[in-house]
Design a protein around this ligand. Structure first.
Ligand code: MCU
Length: 417
């Protein structure tokens, strides 16, 4: 069943001064926007309101600000990331609330209990920490979306933290809009879609791990995040919005995750059975209702998901996709991430980016061909902090000859210092 999406009441917001440390009422979609990584907003150019010039048959230039100025330094890049986060929140994801006024945590057995208060309301939730390595630690951990354990193999030496994301924001079709503990706290009409609400939940888990490090033995500076399919969308958005995540591992996230809206639309116009923006907002509540105004013409958007991924740069990202799943947008994820990779290139850290698309496995059953020399190499380097194999990976078992990466990214890639 597909519920009609809600029509947003606001389509554009005035330029706001962004302050990451302010705690304020966040029930309104026009409240302050929290952006990551935190930068001093006074050092950044202000972001003009409005969508800007449409971008068709190519992806938006990561290295040009919304006001037309060029990104020429790493400091500029931090400002540009802040701007991209604001734009993504405004038009697609909904507002990420700032850190709540109170977050407390306790650890017992394998259960980490987290209590959050804001504006006179409180919620609490728990996560289980499994496979904690023996020894004093501290040990790295991977936060896994879903309660059944990661659908990729987590090697020894790394704990798994199971996050019941549906408890924070439901994802059961249109009628589940505004349901879950995030909305108990911030109100059922909060602009955040489920992906943003889950990212907020991941941030509270990291807060809790920082508070309980002596009890859990988990190192909050060596955290990964993963999930598959719809929960893979959750993983990449969490990595994008929470800079304390060291390694982001989205598995078969497809459209709305590692895919780009424009490329999926192009595939669909070429007769392929791919999920696109118009369908995805009918299927579920992953995005803000604000996104509904743009799904019929994604060329208007001042971003695409290569820039969502770019919020992670220079941190580590390893994207796993399945070449047998037409619906996920196999050209879209290949093209989107192939172009996203240029952001790591500009920062001189191509070792921190991987994209791998293989086949022969059913949806969300991890293929062994991605394990030894890819997934484990990323976990070794970024969580276990030991030298591993090569992590500069960009590959597909299929040649997507109809898609030209450079035609879709005609802008220059600067060297940022
Ligand atoms: C790839 O993620 C989703 C996809 O977006 C949906 O259209 C489909 O129904 O479900 C996929 C999924 O989450 O599979 C478990």
């Amino acid at each position: 069943s597909t519920a009609q999406p809600q029509v947003p009441t606001t389509t554009a917001r005035p330029t706001t001064t962004l302050v990451t440390s302010v705690v304020s009422s966040t029930t309104s979609p026009s409240g302050p926007v929290v952006t990551n990584p935190p930068v001093n907003p006074g050092t950044c150019p202000s972001t003009p309101s409005g969508l800007g010039t449409p971008v068709a048959n190519q992806l938006n230039d990561p290295f040009t600000f919304h006001n037309g100025n060029k990104v020429t330094s790493k400091a500029d890049w931090a400002c540009r990331q802040r701007e991209i986060s604001e734009l993504l929140q405004r038009y697609e994801l909904g507002t990420l609330p700032p850190k709540p006024s109170s977050v407390t945590a306790s650890f017992s057995g394998s259960t980490l209990s987290i209590s959050v208060s804001e504006g006179g309301k409180s919620i609490s939730f728990t996560v289980s920490i499994n496979n904690r390595p023996s020894g004093a630690g501290p040990h790295p951990a991977i936060i896994n979306f879903g309660t059944f354990g990661a659908s990729l193999p987590v090697p020894a030496g790394v704990a798994t933290i199971n996050f019941n994301n549906d408890d924070i924001a439901q994802q059961q079709g249109g009628s589940s809009r505004g349901r879950g503990k995030f909305y108990d706290l911030y109100g059922s009409s909060h602009s955040a879609g489920a992906l943003t609400a889950w990212a907020w939940g991941v941030s509270r888990i990291v807060d809790a791990l920082e508070l309980t490090q002596a009890q859990t033995g988990i190192d909050p500076t060596r955290l990964g995040v993963t999930g598959c399919s719809r929960n893979g969308k959750g993983a990449i958005v969490a990595g994008a919005l929470e800079p304390r995540i060291a390694l982001t591992l989205p598995q078969e996230s497809g459209a709305g995750g590692s895919g780009c809206w424009r490329i999926a639309t192009w595939q669909k116009n070429n007769g392929q059975n791919v999920q696109d923006s118009t369908q995805i907002v009918q299927e579920n509540v992953w995005f803000s209702p604000n996104f509904n105004s743009y799904v019929n013409n994604v060329n208007q958007l001042p971003f695409d998901h290569h820039l969502l991924a770019g919020l992670i740069a220079p941190r580590a990202l390893y994207v796993m996709e399945n070449v047998d799943m037409e619906w996920l947008g196999k050209i879209s994820t290949y093209g989107c991430m192939g172009i996203a990779r240029k952001q790591w290139e500009a920062l001189g850290v191509l070792d921190n980016f991987g994209y791998s698309q293989v086949g022969g496995n059913s949806h969300c059953s991890f293929p062994s061909s991605q394990q030894g020399s890819e997934l484990n190499a990323f976990i070794d380097k970024f969580l276990l902090k030991r030298s591993g194999g090569n992590t500069n990976i960009f590959r597909s078992t299929q040649t997507h000859s109809s898609f030209n990466l450079n035609n879709w990214s005609p802008w220059a890639v600067p060297s940022l210092n």
